[in-house]
Structures are given as structure tokens and as C-alpha cells.
Design a protein around this ligand. Structure first.
Ligand code: UGA
Length: 445
């Protein structure tokens, strides 16, 4: 890990969620003095005991190291958080409202509370929470009334690789009308040795939305291509490889499957589409991206229904609840849609995930859950793979087949090799793959 090369600064982080805690711990690791505030008393008590509020690889070690070195502390008190602050990052949650735009109340409340606690003290306020060209507006009134410098600093941290993404970013984006403040925040990131883009506030906010919308577009694009592949008998994996070798396209985010989920891509595309409409624009592409994504879940369930000749009273094991591997986050996870769709069709569902079962039980208290895939698949009529966890990638096919009632696998992440699965006696449904089982599906089952 890189060592900090400039003088340690006093950083206040408001919000000990994924973005706030990762950023706080990483700045502490760079040698700054960071105090991280959260109004959730239980969360802060847990952090004092060394308990992480979420699963993120390497997080626990980094936080414990930060605390042991004295560079990282936690509090629930704005007064304590403000007393030495030079830089105040606001990284509070901006949950989606029913209309689709993020709720900025947490941002406003955090801004008001820190300004009051700062009193006459000067500090740069940095917005890290994601909000559409308007999160700055949420803080603008503070800027106007107390004239504290305001800088937008969108985050590009992926769950599961957040620490690496902070320490080795592709770029840092800073937006402000106050050049001096922007440069001061930039100095915190300079030791990382990566490009820093200085813009105005609104452009910085748009970079964040445009990036997530583009990533989502790539996924929906390849999913649309996948459907055509299925119909013409092509293999979308090879198509994606062939596309990805063109450096103008790039190979990332071209994995066809059951679609994107998580707390960012779906929420941000919805928010941008809504914002566009509010400003009188017609976001056709963004709407199509969302529609294709929702359709991916429905199509997969439909294909299982067709293969089984109906879903009522059929036992379906869903392998994977988290929206992607290496996280216990199930927000907007494809598995949630699959569960709802299957429940509607009166299928009997057993879900399985190595780490996200507790989170799922909070959303579906009566959901039958297992942490072992073979137990989940006992007497199942179909297995649907919804998350590409390694344990599912490396599943013991003969063992799986021996416990299932009907050997059908719908691989919503294309992680298994179709020929191998079929050689083990399964009917295999992938996404965007030549459907060799199509003709014999009804015969085999
Ligand atoms: C995303 C962005 O990748 C980060 O750059 C951004 O900082 C973050 O949102 C955020 O706004 O905070 P994250 O939500 O952690 O990060 O997840 P991704 O790795 O982007 O995956 C999103 C979803 O797309 C997952 O459900 C994944 O399974 C799916 N996906 C990804 C595909 O279906 N196909 C692909 O080829 C790639």
C-alpha cells in the first residue's frame, strides 16, 4: 500500500456506510487523521468493538489497523467530528424515493448538522453521496449562508473491490467553482499518483451518473445480443470476446446473464432517466436499458417454466442471493426479482447463498434458505444460478444431480460449461448460448 507523502490532514467522514467507511479507512491508511461519524449508535458501538457493519474483503483488517495506529476514530457526535476538521466528506445514504430520484434529506441534515457544529471554523465540505445534479443544490444553501467551500467528489468504488478501487483509482473527479478548495482536496489524492480531473460541480455529478449508466448500458446491450444469439444459435460468450478485443469497446461488462443489480447501477440509471424527463429530455436509451434488465429475470423464469411445463408446486433452488459475489448486499439483486416471479407462479423456492442469507431473511422472512447448495437442491425440479460465487462455479455436478428431482440448470450467470453440464445428464439453459436442449427438453423432463 502506498505511503502518504504530504502532511497528515484532519478529515471528517460523515457516514459509516460502504463508501464512508472504506474512504475513511483508506485515508487513515494513507496517514491522515480521520474521524468517522455515523448517527447510528449501534453501528458506531460495533465499530468500536471491531465489528464491521457489512462484508467487504480486507475491510476489517484495514479498520482495525487504522484504529490501532490512532489514525482512525469513530463517533456519533457532530461536535467531536467538527473540532479539528479541515475536510468534511459527506457520504450518507441517498435511498431512492418512490418517483425514482434519490432522497437527499440525509445529505441536507448532515450538512446542516456539521455546519452548526463547525461554528466559525473553516472547513471544505466535500460531497461523496450520489445524487443527481442537485446534491450540490442540497448543500448549496449551506454554501450560500455560511460560505464554506463546496467540492463534489463522486465515488467509483465497487463492492467487493472497494479498497483497491480507492487506492488504485482509474481517476479522481473533483467538481467545484472554488479552484483553491478543489486543489486542496486534490492534494489528498495526489499520493495515489492517478489522474485527477477538475471540473465544475454539475459536470462532476454527471460523470458519476454517466459512468454507471454506461456500464448498465453495456450489460443490457450484451443481454440483448444474447437473446439474438439464442435465436440464431450463436454463443454470446464468443461474441463478447470478439467485441472486447476491439480496444474501442473493451472486454469489461460484457458478461450476459440475469442482469445487473446492486445499490448503484439500477438506482442511478432510474435516477438519471427520471432527471432527464424532469428536464424535458426523453431518455429512450436509459429506459430501454432498464426494460431489458427487468426482462432478463422474466425471460429466465419463463424458460424454466417452459422446460418444466409449468412452475406451480415445482421446487426451484436459487443459487445466489447477493447481487454479485464477495458481498452480502442483496439490494436490487436479480435473485429478489426471481423469488418474486417464482412466488407469483406458486413455485416452491429454496434459496442459497454463502453470505447473504441473513440479509435475504430480512426482506423475505419466510424464505426457505440454505448456505449449502446441495441441501438447497434436494428434490429440486430446477436450479437457477443467480450469482457467480466460486462454490457454484465449481459445483460437483454428479453430486448435484444425485440430489435433484429433475436435472435442470438455468445458469443465469453463464458460469458453467454447457457441454460438461450436459455430459453429466442435465438439461442446461444458459443466457445467449446455442440451446441444444431445446428440442429434447420436453422429452428429457
Ligand atoms: C458500481 C460501479 O461499477 C462502480 O464503479 C460504482 O462506484 C458503484 O457502482 C457505485 O456507484 O457506488 P457495484 O454496484 O459495486 O459498482 O457493482 P458492479 O461491479 O458494477 O456490478 C453491478 C451489477 O452488474 C452486478 O449485479 C453484476 O453482476 C452485474 N454485471 C456486471 C453483469 O451482469 N454483467 C457484467 O458484465 C458486469
Amino acid at each position: 500500500m502506498k505511503k502518504h507523502t504530504t502532511a497528515p490532514r484532519h478529515i471528517t467522514m460523515i457516514g459509516a456506510g460502504h463508501v464512508g467507511l472504506v474512504t475513511a479507512a483508506c485515508f487513515a491508511a494513507l496517514g491522515h487523521n480521520v474521524i468517522c461519524l455515523d448517527t447510528d449508535d449501534e453501528r458506531i458501538k460495533g465499530l468500536h468493538r471491531g465489528e464491521m457493519p457489512f462484508y467487504e474483503p480486507g475491510m476489517s483488517e484495514l479498520v482495525l489497523k487504522g484504529c490501532a495506529s490512532g489514525h482512525l476514530t469513530f463517533t456519533t457526535s457532530y461536535e467531536e467530528a467538527a473540532c479539528e476538521a479541515e475536510f468534511v466528506f459527506i457520504a450518507v445514504a441517498t435511498p431512492t424515493t418512490p418517483v425514482g430520484l434519490p432522497d437527499l434529506r440525509n445529505v441536507r441534515a448532515a450538512g446542516a448538522a456539521i455546519v452548526q457544529a463547525l461554528g466559525s471554523r473553516r472547513a471544505i465540505i466535500i460531497s461523496k453521496s450520489t445524487g443527481p445534479v442537485g446534491i450540490s443544490q442540497a448543500l448549496e444553501s449551506l454554501h450560500e449562508t455560511v460560505s464554506l467551500p463546496l467540492v463534489g467528489n463522486p465515488e467509483f468504488l465497487r463492492e467487493g473491490t472497494a479498497i483497491k478501487d480507492f487506492m488504485e483509482p482509474d481517476r479522481v473527479v473533483l467538481g467545484s467553482d472554488d479552484t483553491e478548495a478543489s486543489r486542496a482536496v486534490g492534494s489528498l489524492y495526489e499520493p495515489l499518483g492517478k489522474p485527477i480531473l477538475y471540473t465544475d460541480m454539475k459536470s462532476a455529478e454527471m460523470v458519476k451518473y454517466a459512468c454507471n449508466a454506461f456500464l448498465a448500458t453495456k450489460i443490457s446491450f450484451i443481454n440483448e445480443i444474447a437473446e439474438i444469439c439464442e435465436r440464431v444459435g450463436a454463443d454470446v460468450r464468443d461474441v463478447a470476446k470478439g467485441m472486447g478485443l476491439d480496444f474501442r469497446i473493451g472486454r469489461h461488462f460484457l458478461n450476459a446473464g440475469v442482469g445487473f443489480g446492486g445499490s448503484c447501477l439500477p438506482k442511478d440509471v432510474r435516477a438519471l432517466a427520471y432527471l432527464a424527463a424532469v428536464y424535458g429530455s426523453h431518455p429512450q436509451l436509459l429506459n430501454a436499458v432498464l426494460e431489458i434488465n427487468a426482462e432478463q429475470r422474466r425471460r429466465l423464469v419463463g424458460r424454466v417454466r417452459d422446460a418444466l411445463g409449468g412452475l406451480r408446486n415445482k421446487k426451484v433452488a436459487i443459487l445466489g442471493l447477493a447481487f454479485k459475489p464477495d458481498t452480502d448486499d442483496i439490494r436490487d439483486a436479480p435473485a429478489l426479482d426471481l423469488i418474486n416471479l417464482l412466488e407469483y407462479e406458486e413455485a416452491e423456492i429454496v434459496a442459497c447463498d454463502p453470505v447473504a442469507v441473513d440479509a435475504a431473511r430480512k426482506v423475505f422472512p419466510r424464505l426457505n434458505c440454505e448456505t449449502d447448495a446441495y441441501r438447497a437442491a434436494e428434490q429440486a425440479d430446477a436450479v437457477i444460478i443467480a450469482t457467480e460465487w466460486d462454490e457454484f462455479r465449481n459445483i460437483d455436478l454428479p453430486k448435484l444431480r444425485s440430489v435433484m428431482h429433475t436435472p435442470l440448470i438455468a445458469d443465469g450467470r453463464n458460469i458453467l460449461e454447457p457441454a460438461v453440464v450436459r455430459a453429466n445428464g442435465f438439461v442446461y439453459l444458459g443466457v445467449g448460448l446455442p440451446d441444444e436442449d431445446k428440442l429434447r427438453t420436453s422429452v428429457a423432463i
